[in-house]
Design a protein around this ligand. Sequence first.
Ligand code: GAR
Length: 188
Amino acid sequence: MKNIVVLVSGGGTNLQRIIDCIESGEITNAQISLVVADRECFGLERAAKHGIKTQLIPRGTLFSSKLSQILPENTDLIVLAGFLSILNKEFCESFKGKIINIHPALLPKFGGKGMWGHHVHDAVLEAGEKESGATVHYVTSGIDEGEIILQKSFPITENETAETLAQKIHQVEFEIFPKAINLVLNNY
Ligand code: GAR
């Protein structure tokens, strides 16, 4: 059984999807051993409701070193599911190939510092893009620069807003995130 640690900062619908997929067997051979948040958020409540251990480490410069101190030794994969802090270089390098992130756009476009949540959707609309989507990628010390694992796009419609984009992107995320976790953990 592989052990996953999930990091969250917000509502945690992607975390919920991962929990549901583990319970339904869509994600196989895995369990969530810990959910860590960098602020009070609903994601923590979702985890607690399912009897998953939780920990709050306040965001800031010490986040990465505190995380490495409490990370269970048998952790196979660290999953960033709507996580807004930046993990430092040392942390990313010591867990190379073991950290994945979901990003609400078609990387390498619309990634990097400040590109999260509605900022991404606003930038995509502002640029007049014809499509958007979501990307699951490995985390390296370059923000949103790691190797892409899975990506899925959809066309942007004429009356698209940041809100409609966010909704559509969440649906795509719910589809590709469990697949990417299976790919990384179980090779399929
Ligand atoms: C997701 O759309 C995720 O891609 C995005 O935050 C949302 C979290 O939703 N992540 C980022 O913007 C990271 N750069 P959730 O808390 O409901 O899963």
